[in-house]
Design a protein around this ligand. Structure first.
Ligand code: SAM
Length: 394
């Protein structure tokens, strides 16, 4: 029988010798850090994505768009950012003279489209701040915005850390899926039985990386809670995003009043930990192909985990947010009038717009896979993006 990793490898375009050398260097760095040759998966994922100069988001190789590994909604069409801007305008208006803070701005495309539309609507925020972990992406965002919107540069800032007393809208499109997650496997039927945490074994010479489950009492508390809420059988494997909880707790302190919009692919808790999803939700992107081996070529492929929106909403309440609303990307964009943004005159632009609206809203494309979670603090009105339909967060 063929090794599953070999079958996946055979279907992927081979990386260049230069790219492979970069990946081997990253594996050596991981092996040096690993205690007794083992790294917990969340640390492996963190280094694979963000190790300075070598990690996927830190090594300067092309990621976004047709020539990269994946296409996000802002890369697909400016209609996404323009429509989002309409939601932002409503909330900024309510808050009076507020700001925008975008996390993980990727190529800078979303910031560009949002700012252009807000300018058009006469509702520019006092400041548009970007908090980005990746140094090469920060440079790319600066180059794009300097080129396209030179007159707005005095309003745009790149931050190193969260501001305090922030009033306005915070935006995270496809950011939470890029946060490192812990991976576990349940053992025994007793909720208090110590689960196995998945480690990455780097003891080979040269290091290659393969799964190694190991007992980890540290996750017992969280997993006992999950086992009480959801029907998780012995052997069930999945992820926990503990970094997202810490992130929300910091945002709860930073936000004085306003809205945090999290847009990403994922599920409510009951769907995330559904018995059928017993192998977890990790997905990797490499040159427009999707596969499920996160240990392959660290630094050369994107590793992501679906988002558990119920867990985010609960962490947000604990952090002081006082309202929440949850819906699909399709309902959110339609409630903000994406159809009114389609070019009215027949021709190439109209065709492109129609095609983009289909991809962004159809249930079998991005419309239902992607969800929008709105977390508010001190807002008088529910944002209109949630008017058409609200999903339960059980
Ligand atoms: C999949 S990309 C999405 C980029 C962009 N938002 C888009 O939709 O095209 C993930 C981005 O999130 C950034 N990121 C991940 N964790 C972050 C965090 N805790 N704070 C800020 N940025 C983060 C990455 O550096 C990267 O720019």
């Amino acid at each position: 029988m063929r090794d599953p990793r070999e079958s996946q490898l055979a279907q992927l375009p081979a990386p260049s010798a230069e790219a492979l050398a970069l990946s081997r260097q990253l594996l050596r760095q991981m092996a040096e850090e690993a205690e007794a040759g083992l790294l917990p998966f969340d640390r492996f994922m963190e280094l694979a994505l963000y190790a300075p100069g070598l990690g996927y988001y830190a090594n300067g190789l092309r990621k976004f768009g047709e020539g990269g590994d994946f296409v996000t909604a802002p890369e697909l069409s400016p209609l996404f950012g323009r429509c989002l801007a309409r939601q932002l305008a409503e909330v900024l208006d309510q808050l009076g003279g507020a700001e925008v803070l975008e996390f993980g701005a990727g190529s800078g495309r979303l910031a560009l489209d949002v700012l252009r539309e807000l300018q058009q609507l006469g509702q520019l925020p006092r400041r548009y701040a970007i908090l980005e972990l990746s140094a090469p992406l920060r440079e790319r965002q600066q180059a794009l915005l300097r080129e396209e919107l030179p007159e707005l540069m005095p309003r745009i800032r790149w931050l190193e850390r969260l501001p305090q007393g922030f009033v306005g809208v915070m935006l995270a499109n496809e950011v939470v899926d890029a946060m490192p997650v812990s991976r576990f496997r349940l053992q025994g039927s007793d909720p208090l039985a110590p689960p196995l945490e998945q480690y990455v074994d780097l003891r080979q010479d040269p290091p290659q990386g393969c799964w190694r489950p190991s007992q980890h009492p540290g996750l017992i508390g969280q997993l006992a809670d999950l086992r009480q809420r959801y029907d998780l059988a012995e052997g069930y494997e999945s992820e926990l995003n503990l970094r997202a909880n810490a992130w929300l707790s910091a945002l709860g302190q930073a936000l004085q009043a306003g809205l945090l919009l999290i847009i990403d692919y994922g599920y409510s808790g009951a769907e995330f930990y559904h018995p059928q999803r017993h192998q977890g939700s990790l997905i990797c992107h490499y040159r427009q192909r999707v596969h499920t081996d996160p240990l392959l070529w660290p630094g050369l492929q994107d590793i992501t985990a679906n988002v558990n929106f119920t867990a985010l909403a609960e962490a947000a309440y604990a952090a002081g947010f006082d309202s929440q609303a949850f819906t699909s990307q399709a309902y959110f964009l339609l409630a903000n009038g994406i159809q009114q943004l389609i070019e009215p005159t027949d021709g190439r632009v109209r065709l492109q717009d129609l095609q983009a609206v289909k991809r962004l809203t159809l249930p079998n494309d991005m419309g239902e896979r992607f969800k929008v979670l709105g977390l508010g603090k001190g807002l008088q009105q529910r944002p209109r993006g949630f008017d058409l339909m609200r999903y339960p967060l059980g």
